[in-house]
Ligand binder design. Sequence first.
Ligand code: FAD
Ligand code: FES
Ligand code: FES
Length: 520
Amino acid sequence: MTRAGDRRTMERRSPNEPPESGSHMTNSHILSQRFAYARPSSVQETLQILKERGENARLLAGGTNLLVDLKLEKASATRTAELPGQHPAGEPMTVVDISRLPGLRGVEERRDGVHIGALTPIRELATSPLLWEKYTALAEAAAAFGSTQVAIMGTIGGNVANGSPASDTVPALLVFGADATLVGPEGERVVSVGDLLEAPGRTRIRAGEILTSIRLPLPTPGTASAFLKISRVRADLSKVSVAVRVARDGDRVTSARIELGSVGPTIVRARDAETVLSQEPLDSEAAKRAGERAAAEIRPIDDVRSTADYRRRAAIALVHDSLLTAWKRASAGVKAVPRAPHEQTQAVPSGERDGLVLQADEKSRITLTVNGTRHELDVFPNELLLNVLREKLELTGSKYGCGIGECGACTVWLDGQPVLGCLVLAVSTDGRSVLTIEGEAVQGELSALQRAFVDENAFQCGYCTPGMVMMAKKLLEEIGEPTEDEIRDYLKGNYCRCTGYASIVRAVRRAAGLGQGTQE
Ligand SMILES: Cc1cc2nc3c(=O)[nH]c(=O)nc-3n(C[C@H](O)[C@H](O)[C@H](O)COP(=O)(O)OP(=O)(O)OC[C@H]3O[C@@H](n4cnc5c(N)ncnc54)[C@H](O)[C@@H]3O)c2cc1C
Ligand code: FES
Ligand code: FES
């Protein structure tokens, strides 16, 4: 809740000035909570910092959960109670930025299965041909993520460690019997992903531990899977999600696993529903019976996204549809059709000064190249890239809309990837390159993409347009001739309150050389 007057107070404050001690204010424009910052350069160094800081440390990977929670004060960056032998109450916590750690990113097939580094972005899962072929439910779950930018920034490790019952990749990981490798002060341990889940927002990852990778066992022959999700709009968490895996031998189901998201305090396995399928041919009747059993096993609640009753009904339909889809796929030759077939491997950003440790009231000098111009800037740990661009560099093209990752108005490119400036710590961008809307026009001449937006009247107030253009630019780089559905899907995390989107889709198609063609 925003307290009366906070927003105005914070807007008057210099962005470099730390908030007064104890004055925590919920204001998504800035990150008002103060924290120390560490950017270790190896897993060993991370473990050392976690050991020193004890419960006073929070790992930061993509930041799409942690920074939103800090902004909304769902998470605190300050100790509320004194820990014996540890740190006093009121002391700022340390955000430990692991986003640049080497060796924790990528999807790799080995003899014992497919290994996924904890820092692998969700988008990389959605574009991996290997996952689409062998672990389709996981690729589909990643492709169903609520926003392209969030999928680019968010990691699989963060999705698991966040412990949300709405985490899309987790039901899919569970149907494949995935396990997780964690490294801590006592060494390495391997546990099933299911055993890590404890309660909403809580996992059994121990203090001082870091999740380093996830392994998917090799699927047995005749296995196929599917993931389905219902949400209020594409760019949202699920009301209900379902992942299924079936193994087929002729016309019999030899094994099945069904996991549902957003219908209980953690992901719910529908064991009773699985028994319905045992050794039977899988037809629509059997799939419906399994759906009804699953609906009886879940424990949904009424909340802002849906009602318990709707969730039960939707679960029946999703279990039915996903089972039949997986069953068809398990027949030889039936392949999933990837919604995002374009493989994208992101380079690990390397920092000029990894190994950095900063106190909450200490500035760090960062070097940032923006639209080709190199800048040196002094930033506090809690300053955000968007605010630095707008307020320090006076590049006001990137807009502040929601401040919590939901509207896409702040989209800029960071090292060639679109990200949300409102959810990037400026200090973490040291040594990196940013492209903003101001870099799009060359010598005052609008780019072909900007010209297409003008020609198609693809804006009214124009507030969303910089973010739309930066996203559309990346889309056209990835997919030369996008379909209307691909455009709508790629831009699902960019809200427009004026146009109704039709003219935006036309503009992107025009810029792709697909004429003034309207598919509307
Ligand atoms: C607009 C928006 C839309 C979203 N849509 C979806 C959606 O459709 N589906 C979905 O599932 N989620 C969604 N999310 C949630 C979020 O993006 C995902 O959960 C994402 O995968 C989190 O990854 P991250 O790297 O950003 O995590 P962070 O925010 O960096 O971390 C999340 C938590 O995990 C801990 N952590 C991170 N990495 C590790 C590690 N390696 N070891 C131990 N602990 C770790 C952190 O300390 C923190 O507590 C959405 C979020 C936003 C803001
Ligand atoms: S302001 Fe960043 S997503 Fe809305
Ligand atoms: S043109 Fe007004 S919000 Fe998109």
